[in-house]
Design a protein around this ligand. Structure first.
Ligand code: PGA
Length: 889
């Protein structure tokens, strides 16, 4: 019997891989097992240089369609188990990425706890979950994976039995067998409601318990209680840019479900405190404030008459139940025996809890971290309110324009708004904002689009009234490119009273700048915005303003290097604009998992931000597969939130390392590099005839659109132009074809043309921004493979010029590769990052056969073969390759 060959140095991978092999043999049969082993060992030999590319082919050729599907599932599961094992070994955790390490570093620079606490007073650090469709795995599959991780922890602890009394080893085997028997692909498309449910599992089961625990840890490390600066956001149910299925109803569903979850968590927590706080007034001093709360509770039970904390908690519980009824519409599963007034706001609930806390700790609020569950509950109320996560709204500027044009036309204010130039639009919108009235007559039959937008605005206002302003704060404008784009949203918000009244009533309007040209213009647009007195007054009262910057679209527009530099420069150039307006700048980074979409280490990315741009305020999107990878378990969530917070502290408080002179030299170099990279990238992607067709033929872009991984359509319009394609499928399909050009194309040309290679090496060694740019690119270069890409290019052989286009890609890769090695002084990729090198090396032999099968299946599919197993096989390979590459979407 063939023994599985040595798979990895990592003992967990070997252990899980062995069990998977046994499961495949037991469930798939000896033949499938042998064929899988044959291909695997041939591929490993090839990657070790022992065999050539042809070694794999006989194994693949021997697979029937049914075998192919089973084989791909096996490789996919292996990759998933390898991910799990790696995450356990902390391959993903970065050294020094903790708050304790950051405090130590800052202390060494003479920055003490007071400075940190002061920063946190005005800080906001927030991950924002989005439903961007890059998660290919089903929730059921992820759940099995998490259970295996749990069991592996028991195994580490030397336990032979689970708490339920099963054998740990047998339970792991059972979970892997279940994975083998679980369909990896969705058969039904996803609805927004599914996405809302999915996000809720992370918000409720991970963020809600983890965040208060982290604060308690930081409180100890800081030696004082920090403000509640770490919050959680979400786009799910509110991001309707290009997604017609996101409506007023989904906004209601998302906020309603979040509120129900957080209130029921509070009910349970208060109930548990009632059990815990059995303090008798005969045995401990009880302050008057607590007695008053107890007396007002209506709890007259004789058994508790000497237990004021319990009596007070009965009253709090009753009010919480009433709040549940008021907000959710029905009482919680364990209704209160007492009557109570609903809490009008989370602050009122918090006040009651603080009264108890003050009573318990003579030291007052400063000691809350020492209060255990009560301290954590108070923290949870500060962070999560009655809304759980702040939900943003997002829509495209083009939609706002059309809606406003209809509103103005029907109400007789303007004939054709769309025909006005920018100056006239701004003047008109300002005249509108100077008066307080709605434009939309409720009896008019508005177009579907306008009716939908109006319904959303009204829903947002109702939600804010019910759950508090924190429930919805931002309205984000995709493709923002002018001042009128911002003012249009204020006028739309006015329809539901979200403009007039006190400054806090106004929603924050957030432009998302996402092309190279728009990023260039961002500072001027914001300066013009702040210069309007009606805006200055509102922004001044609020004290801060957010600007969102888009990584993916700027990358698709201008290539990796130009986009990365453009984002950096726009951020730096916005800083003085905000300083002049005396307003705190809050940058919101719209980044995905793949490097072509701003992916890579968040810790390094935040630390690499230009000086003065963070200042304690930062929001970052967390999308698709990144959500499960970072927040799949409470442990990984804690690690990643620590990393985000510690990087934010360092980026805000650490003194700038490079001198002003270096900054000028480095920026000059980046400008020159960016010009070259831009010309090379645009020349290939937008100016080469036939490029678009080659891209469509050589990647599985068409097949990706059929994956049921998100509720939104894969394209905003019917056009096939690259400009109109969403960035996700663009990046995702290049990753599948192992080309990954969004992560590097153009850099090689720029490096080669740059006259002073020593300066580039100096920048790589001494400038976190450039180091991060190179690191991310290096990972992508290491995951791409021009040999495999060439086989994908074969799918485009019917297109004129395909050869020249592929040669340009291959030469570009080589130049990028050579340039990177030269600058970083390495003789091979990842030479200085052995952990990542080992991780990628382990995966490559598993990915190549999947690529080869995918190409074969695409050929047959495109030749018109209709066997449904072919389409299924393609989808499975997409799924498996994405799983193995880890950050491809
Ligand atoms: P968007 O996102 O298409 O939703 O703007 C782009 C991305 O994150 O890739």
């Amino acid at each position: 019997m063939n023994q599985p060959i040595q798979i990895s140095q990592n003992p967990d991978i070997r252990y899980l891989g062995r069990i998977l092999g046994e499961v495949i043999r037991a469930q798939g049969g000896e033949t499938l097992f042998r064929r899988t082993e044959y291909i695997r060992s041939a591929s490993v030999d090839r990657h070790r240089g022992i065999a050539g590319a042809e070694a794999i082919d006989p194994g693949l050729d021997a697979l029937s369609l049914d075998d192919t599907i089973a084989f791909v599932r096996g490789f996919m599961l292996f990759s998933m188990l390898a991910n799990l094992a790696e995450d356990r070994q902390g391959v993903a955790a970065e050294p020094g990425a903790t708050v304790a390490a950051a405090l130590e570093r800052l202390a060494a620079e003479g920055i003490d706890g007071d400075a940190v606490t002061a920063l946190l007073e005005r800080a906001l650090v927030a991950p924002v979950l989005t439903a961007h469709p890059t998660e290919v795995r089903r929730k059921s599959v992820l759940d099995h994976k998490n259970r295996i991780a749990e069991l592996m922890r028991l195994r580490d602890a030397g336990r032979e039995e689970t708490p339920e009394g099963d054998s740990v080893e047998a339970a792991i085997r059972r979970q892997i067998a279940l994975l083998w028997q679980t369909r990896p692909l969705r058969t039904e498309r996803l609805f927004v409601a599914d996405e809302i449910d999915n996000a809720l599992t992370y918000l409720r089961d991970v963020f809600l318990p983890v965040v208060p625990r982290l604060y308690a840890r930081w409180e100890k490390e800081l030696g004082r209680r920090p403000a509640s600066f770490l919050r959680v956001g979400s786009w799910i149910g509110g991001d309707r840019d290009g997604n017609p299925f996101v409506t007023a109803e989904t906004l209601e569903t998302a906020t309603g479900r979040n509120a129900a979850a957080v209130l029921s968590h509070y009910c349970d927590a208060v109930h548990a405190l009632g059990t815990e706080l059995s303090v008798s007034q005969t045995l401990a001093p009880v302050p008057e404030t607590v007695t008053a709360l107890a007396d007002a509770s209506g709890d007259e039970a004789p058994s508790r008459s000497d237990e004021p904390y319990r009596r007070a908690l009965s009253g709090i519980y009753a009010r919480l139940c009433a709040t549940h009824v008021a907000i959710v519409g029905h009482p919680p599963p364990r209704p209160s025996m007492l009557a109570g007034e609903p809490y009008a706001a989370p602050a009122d609930f918090r006040r009651d809890l603080v009264t108890l806390a003050d009573g318990l700790s003579a030291g007052g609020e400063g000691q809350l971290g020492g209060l255990g569950a009560l301290g954590r509950l108070i923290r949870a109320v500060e962070v999560f309110g009655f809304h759980l996560a702040t939900l943003d709204m997002r829509q495209n500027s083009a939609v706002h324009e059309r809606v406003l044009a209809e509103l103005l036309r029907v109400s007789g204010v303007e004939g054709d708004y769309l025909a006005l130039d920018e100056e006239a639009r701004v003047a008109l919108l300002r005249r509108e904002l100077a008066v307080d009235r709605p434009l939309a007559a409720p009896w008019h039959r508005w177009s579907e689009e306008t009716a939908g937008e109006l319904a959303i605005v009204h829903a947002a206002a109702a939600i804010r009234a019910r759950l508090g302003r924190e429930a919805i704060c931002q309205w984000i404008i995709s493709k923002a490119e002018s001042l009128s784009d911002l003012l249009e949203v204020h006028v739309l918000a006015r329809e539901a009273g979200l403009w007039s009244g006190d400054a806090d009533d106004a929603l924050m309007v957030v432009p998302l700048f996402e092309t190279i040209a728009d990023l260039d213009q961002a500072p001027a647009i914001m300066a013009a915005y702040f210069a309007l007195p009606e805006i200055a007054q509102r922004v001044g009262a609020r004290g801060s303003q957010e600007v969102m910057i888009g990584y993916s679209d700027s990358n698709k527009d201008g290539g990796y290097l130009t986009s990365t530099w453009g984002l950096h420069q726009a951020s730096a150039a916005l800083t003085p604009v905000f300083a002049a307006a005396d307003t705190a700048m809050q940058l919101f980074h719209g980044r995905g998992g793949a490097v072509g979409r701003g992916g890579g280490s968040a810790f390094a990315a935040i630390r690499a931000q230009p000086a003065g741009t963070v200042q304690g305020r930062i929001r970052i999107t967390e999308q698709g597969e990144v959500i499960a990878a970072k927040y799949g378990t409470t442990d990984s969530a804690a690690t990643n939130l620590e990393a985000m917070v510690s990087a934010s502290l360092l980026a805000s408080l650490e003194p700038e390392a490079k001198s002003a002179a270096d900054a000028v030299r480095f920026a000059g170099a980046m400008d020159a590099l960016s010009d070259h990279a831009f010309a090379a990238y645009r020349g290939l992607v937008y100016d080469t005839p036939g490029f678009r067709d080659v891209f469509r033929a050589m990647t599985p872009i068409a097949e990706i659109a059929t994956l049921k991984i998100g509720s939104r359509p894969s394209s905003r319009t019917k056009s096939s132009a690259i400009e109109d394609l969403r960035a996700i499928p663009w990046v995702f399909s290049w990753a599948q074809a192992r080309t990954m050009l969004p992560g590097w194309y153009g850099t090689g040309e720029a490096f080669a043309a740059f006259p002073d290679q020593t300066l580039l090496a100096e920048m790589a060694a001494g400038w976190p921004f450039f180091a991060a740019l190179l690191d991310n690119m290096e990972m992508v270069l290491a995951k791409s493979d021009m040999g495999i890409a060439a086989r994908y290019a074969g799918l485009a052989s019917h297109i004129d010029g395909h050869d020249a286009i592929f040669m340009a890609i291959r030469d570009g890769w080589q130049r990028a590769h050579d340039g990177l090695l030269r600058i970083t002084g390495q003789s091979r990729l990842l030479e200085k990052n052995p952990a990542l090198e080992a991780s990628i090396r382990l995966r490559l032999p598993y990915i190549e056969p999947l690529n080869l099968l995918q190409i074969e299946l695409m050929k047959r599919h495109r030749a018109g073969e209709t066997d449904p197993r072919i389409a299924e096989g393609i989808q499975l390979t997409i799924n498996a390759i994405a799983t193995a590459l880890r950050n491809s979407g």
